[in-house]
Design a protein around this ligand. Structure first.
Ligand SMILES: NC(=O)C1=CN([C@@H]2O[C@H](COP(=O)(O)OP(=O)(O)OC[C@H]3O[C@@H](n4cnc5c(N)ncnc54)[C@H](OP(=O)(O)O)[C@@H]3O)[C@@H](O)[C@H]2O)C=CC1
Ligand SMILES: CC(=O)C(=O)O
Ligand SMILES: [Mg+2]
Length: 766
């Protein structure tokens, strides 16, 4: 890097410098707002767990964060491919690894940069840290020092010690090679493997490949001094010596002749195009040096179009990077209380990663990669790092292997519940949506999707079919639906779904008649009705529900919410006794589950409307298995202001007390009163609200919508909804930013809505 940063370097510097500097902070997980909290968290209360741990060290996993904290430890001697830049300069990489632990596996990684290159002194420092951590991730320590360091630490420590550059890399390289050889139709026991690099990563990869069936006599190792041969006396060490060959070959150029696999874990530009051209037919080139590989993929493609190519970079296909492994491997090891990580746990991770690449890719992956979906093949040998299924496959496989190997101090008692818990971490909707999905499972409910051409809808329909949630009906041009389903790599859609093609549906005339019958006296001419029914898919969906051809409808991923509300109002209308539609949003954050009302429909509701929509919302919340606790929100706290909206909320409370006497509701109150019981008790000791409110009712659409979008942005909460309340028939409108997962969540809500109204399979009333 020169002193004058390029645009890319500038961006990297700005990213790291943005206040607060660096990439990590520490957060408290318990409340500390009262004298009582203080006496529990600190003296005198803290003495109690201390004494327990002194008696039984294993209880440290119950009373402290130790079981979820991993040290990312380095001495800065082989930082990426940057070399021995020192402990301090390595800190951004180590902070980065810690962030990956957190984001991908919810593990608290703490970076520890030790300014010590003497092996024994370094080992002393790390071994002394054992009480603090549940695991040790060694990082960017040069070979061969790293081998000795790891062996010594493993022998001394009762927690997993794992050098990621060795074993994390070996696991992902092995998975890529396993899948690559399937495509190239070769067997690991036959292939000739040549490395560039004989350091931490390269040798560890070879050792794992040997475990998996590669043969020592088929391997040639090269490093900065060329081929590692028997009798070589420069730059040798016992770990390299294992691979020394009785050969006259001396250079990578000699060795690469006829090789099936090139494994580069050395430095940029080491592999030349003319070397690649000498490789065996259908070779694999893994050029994994970071940040710049041993050879660029476009160069390989030019000389050997039959080659499978992997790099360590995210801007090319087949990113072989240990980030695909270490967070999840540690997740499984920590959760099983593993005392170490052995070969069987590594092999389990290899199988899990290789197997996942051969599964159908998820929508989350597609989204993270700009919508392009890949299926197993030359450009998709291993899963992408953002694949949310990695944790679901690797962690349980590793935990299971730990138990089998007798290394699990806390074996996982209920594997299904464990996978559920991981699922919840991945799709925070997991827990609360579970009863809804359980009720919907096995239903024959026909859900019609207005935007059946949208890829998010297609993916949701595919999963809905897979999970037996409903029988999807898609509105869309058949050829477009077919093309997009194929592009997304779907298996069940469109063959297993009904498609209503607005350009060519035999029911068109009947639909127009039904529609005209509904709106003909609202200024719509027969001609206009024909146009609407041909062009407005939400109207078609609503007509299908109304005519009993579908049990529930979903729309909203395209065009503004209000246009869908109009179509639903026109065709489906409000339920008997309901004066106006409303919409409730659910926000699932790391720490809270909040329902917000009305985020979308009622602009300035009257007290009666507020009461009416609150009762409807409370019913919907009960369907989630949650007891509603309602706060009527305002800037006024129990009469402290006499604004128009405060008066409205007060009147709404009176109305609610009379129409829903069993409902736990209070107000008007501030957001703080609603969510903080301590504050509320101080301001209003006789409040009828207990605990944190979970349904927040706002005085108008602006405050509701603004709060919802701000909360979503600031807390990164997952939005489920909006759920429509008060419709005569099941109809839900998602927002345009909905993901496939969002559409799927709302599919389950729509199915349960239809079931609870006894709608499923009933004839319509057109
Ligand atoms: N994609 C991924 O997931 C990972 C990539 N890596 C990358 O692999 C590389 C090595 O890392 P690591 O094993 O930890 O480091 P080490 O320092 O332990 O090993 C480096 C090895 O590369 C050799 N080497 C260095 N320069 C050359 C050269 N010009 N020609 C041939 N061999 C050379 C060294 O030879 P000698 O022994 O003679 O010094 C040494 O054997 C780095 O670029 C790193 O970024 C590492 C881990 C994971
Ligand atoms: C990816 C990694 O750990 C490295 O390049 O060192
Ligand atoms: Mg590394």
């Amino acid at each position: 890097m020169t002193d004058e940063p390029t645009a890319g370097e500038d961006a990297a510097l700005a990213y790291h410098k943005l206040n607060p500097p660096g990439k990590l902070e520490i957060r408290a997980t318990k409340p500390l707002s009262t004298q009582r909290d203080l006496s529990l968290a600190y003296s005198p209360g803290v003495a109690v767990p201390c004494l327990r741990i002194a008696k039984d060290p294993l209880t440290a996993f119950d009373y402290t964060a130790r079981g979820n904290v991993v040290a990312v430890v380095t001495n800065g001697t082989a930082v990426l491919g940057l070399g021995a830049i020192g402990a301090l300069a390595s800190k951004p990489v180590m902070e980065g690894k810690a962030v990956l632990f957190k984001k991908f596996a919810n593990i608290d990684g703490i970076d520890i940069e030790v300014d010590e290159t003497n092996i024994d002194k370094f080992v002393e420092v790390v071994a002394a840290l054992e009480p603090t951590f549940g695991g040790i991730n060694l990082e960017d320590i040069r070979g061969p020092d790293c081998f000795e360091i790891e062996e010594k630490l493993k022998a001394r420590m009762g927690i997993p010690v794992f050098h990621d550059d060795q074993h994390g890399t070996a696991i992902i390289v092995s998975a890529a090679i396993r899948n690559g050889l399937l495509i190239q139709e070769k067997s690991l026991s036959d292939v000739k493997i040549v490395t560039a690099g004989a350091g931490a990563a390269a040798l560890s990869c070879l050792n794992l490949l040997l475990e998996l069936g590669a043969r020592l006599e088929n391997i040639i190792v090269t490093d900065i001094d060329g081929v590692v041969y028997e009798g070589r006396d420069t730059g040798m060490d016992p770990w390299k010596a294992k691979f020394a060959r009785a050969t006259t070959m001396r250079t990578l150029d000699d060795a690469i002749d006829g090789a099936d696999i090139f494994l580069g874990l050395s430095a940029a530009g080491v592999l030349k195009p003319q070397m690649v051209s000498k490789m065996a037919p259908n070779p694999m080139v893994l050029a994994l040096a970071n940040p710049n590989p041993e050879i660029m993929p476009e160069v390989v493609a030019e000389v050997r179009p039959d080659a499978l190519m992997c790099t360590g970079r995210s801007d090319y296909p087949n990113q072989v990077n240990n980030v695909l492994c270490f967070p999840y491997l540690f997740r499984g090891a920590l959760d099983a209380g593993a005392t170490g990580i052995d070969e069987s746990m590594k092999k389990a991770a290899v199988e899990a990663i290789a197997g996942l690449a051969r599964e159908r890719p998820s929508e989350e992956v597609a989204r993270a990669y700009g919508g392009t979906v890949k299926t197993f093949g030359p450009d998709y040998l291993i899963p992408a790092p953002f694949d949310p299924r990695l944790i679901l496959r690797i962690a349980p496989a590793v935990a299971r292997a730990a138990e089998k190997a007798g290394l699990a101090r806390r074996p996982i008692a209920d594997m299904e519940a464990y996978v559920d818990q991981l699922n919840r971490f991945v799709f925070r909707s997991g827990s609360i949506m579970k009863p809804i999905f359980a009720k919907a499972a096995g239903s024959q409910c026909r859900v019609v999707y207005a935007e059946g051409e949208d890829e998010r809808v297609l993916r949701a329909a595919e999963i809905a079919l897979e999970e037996g949630l409903c029988s999807p009906i898609l509105i869309g041009r058949r050829r477009v639906v077919e093309h997009r389903a194929k592009r997304a790599g779907l298996k069940r859609v469109p063959d297993a779904v009904e498609v209503i093609d607005p350009e060519d549906d035999p029911r068109y005339r009947e639909y127009v008649d039904t529609y005209f019958g509904l709106v003909g006296r609202r200024g719509i001419s027969p001609e206009a009705a024909r146009t609407v029914v041909r062009t407005n898919a939400t109207v078609i969906a609503a007509l299908a529900v109304r005519r009993g051809e579908a049990d529930a409808m979903l729309c909203g991923v395209e065009s503004p919410f209000a246009t869908h509300v109009k179509a639903v109002r026109d065709v489906i209308g409000t339920a008997e006794g309901v004066s106006e539609l409303a919409a409730m949003s659910l926000l699932l954050g790391d720490r809270s589950t909040l329902f917000l009302l009305d985020t979308q429909v009622c602009v300035e509701p009257s007290p009666d409307q507020i009461a009416e929509m609150t009762v409807l919302a409370a019913d919907q919340i009960s369907a989630f298995g949650i007891t509603p606790r309602v706060a009527l929100l305002s800037a006024s706290r129990f009469g402290s202001r006499d604004t128009e909206s405060a008066r409205r909320m007060r009147s709404a409370l009176h109305r609610l007390n009379s129409i829903a006497p069993g409902l736990m509701v209070d107000g008007e109150m501030t957001g703080e009163d609603a969510l903080n019981e301590v504050v509320r008790q101080r301001a209003m000791p006789n409040s009828t609200l207990d605990g944190e409110a979970n349904l927040l009712v706002f005085p108008n659409i602006d405050s509701a919508h603004i709060s919802m979008t701000l909360l979503k942005e600031v807390t990164n909460a997952l939005h489920v909804g909006p759920m429509m309340l008060g419709t005569a028939l099941p109809a839900h409108i998602v927002t345009q930013s909905a993901t496939a997962r969002g559409v799927l969540n709302m599919t389950a809500v729509a199915v349960v809505d239809a079931q609870s109204r006894g709608r499923v399979g009933k004839p319509g009333d057109a």
